[in-house]
Structure formats: structure tokens, C-alpha cells
Ligand binder design. Structure first.
Ligand SMILES: Cc1cc2nc3c(=O)[nH]c(=O)nc-3n(C[C@H](O)[C@H](O)[C@H](O)COP(=O)(O)O)c2cc1C
Length: 325
């Protein structure tokens, strides 16, 4: 599938990003139904059997909706696959990708080439998420079709690069699909990504508080209530730096001002050994201020579309005002 073909099936250039413990089939189906790409991490299910069920459900439900609404734009779906040897289900899950043929596979970590081989055999697209130019070049050498630039401020395991400079550097040697990730939660942010030269915006945090999301009600409410100052970037919970909401750290009985600066903390030494990153310490990016209420994915997408439209009109108005002077 070519990029243009992909865009024709979408109402807004957005990929709803995969989120550990949050993404589920309902979210993916409702995102695609609203015209944005829906995705989920393969590891959100505990077994390959369950993953088979999830992929089958997404595929058949989307096919049904396409049949029922022939004129409607229903976006393709995507799965996030850890293409690293530490992924214990590497072979089994890759076989399921071959079976269900998701139109898009997003690879994280490691060499994407085994995934590329499978996905290209059925004309699918492989996008690799990267946090540095070095890894971007490696992913392209290994056959990835496009790059997801995970920049500073993103929810989850964010990079540290400035999104503006990152897109420019990538565009200096790559003219294929580029997706920008990091703290984009509003319609004008999507326009900004496109103006920079990206094809799509990759948004995670904005969808934490979706009605269909697998996050608990307290987690959703915290995302609604939190602002940029409530976010901390730390390796303390998973060993790799990630962005989390400070109130969830406080609720877990930990002091956010005394987290180890460059390593994973030992929870059993500090308090409750049952505390888990992502389950009790809740991830969100610096764009959390753009999460205003709990609403359905259809409503979120409509809101983004409206903000995107207003931003486009403003740019045209500003341009005309300058040209007419
Ligand atoms: C709670 C949470 C969990 C995440 N889990 C994953 C994951 O399992 N796999 C992955 O590739 N990215 C994961 N991400 C990162 C997102 O896919 C995406 O890069 C990020 O959300 C984009 O930035 P934004 O949150 O500022 O929109 C996660 C993000 C959040 C907020």
C-alpha cells in the first residue's frame, strides 16, 4: 500500500499511538471508524492465542463496517511489535501478523527486517519508531517504509530530541512517510507537524481519557486534571526514561523529588514492592494539558478535526493579511 492510498482512507492525518495496558480492540476499531489509524501493542495481551482473537476481532469488525458504510472513510489499523530478541513471543506473534495481515506494523526496538519480510509479502507498510537519527538510518537500511520520530515530551518512553530539528534532519535524507510524535494533543499541533514536513501526527496521551480506553476511571480523570508541570521524565520506573504523571507517583506513596536520576528504583526498598510502572505509576506526555474531558474517540477526532480546520483558516487569513499589506 502506498502513502497516498493510505491518506485517502483517512479523515485526519493522525495515528492513535499504541499504549501499554491502555490500547484495546474497541479503541482501534473506533479510531479507524472515525478515520484515523488505530493501533495497539501486541504485548497488551498475555498470550498469542488472545492476540489471535484480538486481531481477528479488529479485522472482521472493520470489514463489516466497510460493507455497511460503503461511502465512509474507514482508516487502516496497525499493530505495534517489539522487533527485539528479548520479545519472547517474537516468532508466534510474527506468524499472527502473517495470518491477519494488518495493513500497518509499527516496530519498536531492534532490527525490523524480519517484520519487513513478512509485511511486504502481503503489501503492508512497516513504520519504525525511533528516537535518534542513527536509529532512523538503521531502520531504513533494514527496509522500514517509514519513520515515527518519538521526540521530547512524548508519553511513555520519549526521546530527547526537539521535534522541529528532528523532522528537518530526517527530511534532509528521507522523503518517505514520516510521523511525528511528542506532546501533540490538539488539532493545530497536527497542522504544525504537517507544516514541518511530517505526513502524520502520532498521538497517545490525548486518547488516554477516551471512553473506550482501557485506563481506569482515576487514570482518565488524572489525565484530564493534569497539566505540563505534572509530568516528570525519569528512568526510575522502567529503567528507560519515560514521562509519567507526578500525582500518580505521590498516590503510590513515593516522593517525586527523590527518584534515582539514572537508574530503575528498587520499590521493595522504598516502600510497596507491588508497585508497578504503568499499572500504578501512570504514563502521560507533556501534551496532557490538551486532554480536557472524558469523551469518545469519535468526539475526540471531531474536536481535533475542528481545531485543525480553524488553524488552517487562521494560517490562510494571516498569510492574506501580510500579502495584502
Ligand atoms: C501510557 C502510555 C503507554 C505507552 N506504551 C507504549 C507501548 O507499549 N509501545 C509503544 O511503542 N509506545 C508506547 N507509548 C508511546 C506512544 O506510542 C507514543 O509514542 C506517544 O504517546 C506519543 O506522544 P504523546 O503521548 O505525547 O502523544 C506509550 C505512551 C503512553 C502515554
Amino acid at each position: 500500500m502506498q502513502l497516498n492510498e493510505l491518506k485517502q482512507q483517512m479523515t485526519l492525518p493522525v495515528i492513535m499511538a499504541p499504549m501499554f495496558l491502555i490500547s484495546n480492540p474497541r479503541m482501534v476499531i473506533e479510531a479507524c471508524n472515525a478515520g484515523i489509524i488505530g493501533s495497539f501493542p501486541a504485548l497488551n495481551v498475555r498470550t498469542t492465542e488472545k492476540l489471535d482473537e484480538w486481531m481477528g476481532e479488529i479485522k472482521s469488525e472493520l470489514e463489516q463496517r466497510k460493507e455497511q458504510n460503503p461511502g465512509r472513510k474507514i482508516a487502516p489499523w496497525a499493530i505495534n511489535f517489539i522487533s527485539h530478541r528479548t520479545n519472547k513471543r517474537f516468532t508466534e506473534d510474527l506468524q499472527l501478523i502473517e495470518k491477519h495481515q494488518p495493513p500497518i506494523v509499527i516496530t519498536s526496538l531492534g532490527d525490523p527486517s524480519p517484520v519487513v519480510k513478512v509485511v511486504h509479502s502481503y503489501d503492508g507498510i512497516v513504520l519504525s519508531d525511533v528516537t535518534t537519527v542513527k536509529f532512523a538510518k538503521k531502520a531504513l537500511e533494514k527496509g522500514s517504509d517509514g519513520l515515527i520520530l518519538v521526540s521530547n515530551g512524548a508519553g511513555g518512553h520519549a526521546g530527547t530530541l526537539n521535534p522541529i530539528a528532528f523532522v528537518h534532519e530526517i527530511r534532509s535524507f528521507f522523503d518517505g512517510p514520516v510521523i511525528l510524535a511528542g506532546a501533540m494533543s490538539r488539532g493545530e499541533d497536527i497542522l504544525a507537524a504537517k507544516v514541518l514536513g511530517a505526513d502524520f501526527a502520532y498521538m497517545g496521551t490525548q486518547f488516554i481519557a477516551a471512553k473506550e480506553s482501557g485506563a481506569g476511571e482515576d487514570y482518565k480523570q488524572m489525565a484530564v486534571d493534569s497539566m505540563i508541570d505534572d509530568i516528570v521524565y525519569t528512568p526510575a520506573f522502567s529503567g528507560i526514561p519515560a514521562n509519567y504523571m507526578i500525582p500518580s507517583i505521590v498516590n503510590a506513596g513515593l516522593n517525586p523529588n527523590h527518584l534515582p536520576a539514572n537508574k530503575k528504583m528498587d520499590f521493595s526498598e522504598l516502600g510497596d514492592p507491588n508497585i508497578r510502572a504503568w499499572k500504578n505509576i501512570w504514563g502521560a506526555g507533556q501534551g496532557v494539558g490538551g486532554v480536557e474531558k472524558v469523551q469518545s474517540i469519535a468526539e475526540i477526532t471531531e474536536g481535533l478535526l475542528e481545531q485543525y480546520r480553524i488553524a488552517q483558516e487562521k494560517v490562510i487569513r494571516d498569510y492574506n493579511a501580510v500579502v495584502k499589506q
